[in-house]
Design a protein around this ligand. Structure first.
Ligand SMILES: Cc1cc2nc3c(=O)[nH]c(=O)nc-3n(C[C@H](O)[C@H](O)[C@H](O)COP(=O)(O)OP(=O)(O)OC[C@H]3O[C@@H](n4cnc5c(N)ncnc54)[C@H](O)[C@@H]3O)c2cc1C
Length: 208
């Protein structure tokens, strides 16, 4: 297939309606063994009516349910969550577990497409999401906290050519100037200098 044919094929697939979830999905490693209380959790009867119906029990549906159920003026609302398969068994139950903000790699393109102000808002929203998940994990009982295995770590991104490396430095430089009080810290280094302590928000590699 030519590149153009491949792109047209991808474009056509992206536009297809998602349809119903597969009735015979693969089993994710995270779901073996199934969680004893969450996996098959469901009400004994399906409510005949509800004020709010949430379709899907992934992180999107669960965040909506959690926010509604904790909202002071929503105490009397009847909320029903519908799930076609077992709870949290879609993408949420089978992902890589990385709680990351893509702001550093996307910032320049965000500024070009939506403008500086909204790009900064997007970065702040992304970082706030990470803080919120961290807080939610902190609210769990000790056994569930241990099961979540939440850890703060440093990540390393490698570049195989100087052009992409320079682009990445430009993007991070732009991000750090626009969001000087951001949560994430960056260190730029070269293979000659090696990876030192990731303690500074940015060190621009002067020799590049
Ligand atoms: C292999 C993989 C690795 C990933 N790694 C990461 C990562 O490291 N970090 C990261 O941030 N993101 C990662 N992602 C992306 C992330 O997992 C998803 O963006 C996120 O989980 C989507 O959540 P969701 O609630 O929108 O969808 P889902 O978790 O898929 O939930 C949707 C739920 O809705 C149900 N449903 C759908 N239609 C209906 C219907 N008509 N009736 C009833 N129920 C229905 C489905 O059964 C499903 O349970 C990864 C995704 C995958 C697949």
């Amino acid at each position: 297939m030519t590149n153009l044919g491949f792109l047209q094929d991808v474009k056509a697939h992206i536009r297809l309606p998602p349809g119903l979830p597969s009735s015979n999905p693969t089993v994710a490693a995270w779901q073996e063994p199934a969680h004893p209380t969450i996996s098959n959790a469901q009400s004994s009867t399906l409510p005949e009516d509800a004020d709010i119906v949430i379709i899907g029990s992934g992180i999107t549906g669960c965040s909506v349910a959690h926010s509604i159920l904790h909202h002071p003026s929503a105490a009397k609302l009847r909320v029903t969550m519908l799930e076609a398969r077992t709870a949290v068994s879609g993408a949420t139950g089978r992902n890589g577990g990385h709680l990351v903000s893509d702001s550093d790699s996307l910032f320049s393109s965000l500024v070009s497409s939506i403008g500086l102000e909204r790009a900064v808002e997007t970065v702040r929203f992304s970082e706030a999401n990470i803080r919120r998940i961290k807080d939610l994990v902190g609210e769990l009982n000790p056994a569930d906290q241990a099961a979540v295995e939440f850890r703060s770590v440093n990540t390393v991104t490698g570049f195989g050519d100087r052009e992409s490396f320079r682009d990445a430095i430009r993007t991070i430089d732009q991000l750090v100037k626009a969001v000087p009080d951001g949560d994430l810290t960056y260190k730029v280094t070269t293979k000659e200098k090696g990876i030192g302590h990731l303690s500074e928000r940015i060190i621009t590699a002067g020799s590049l």
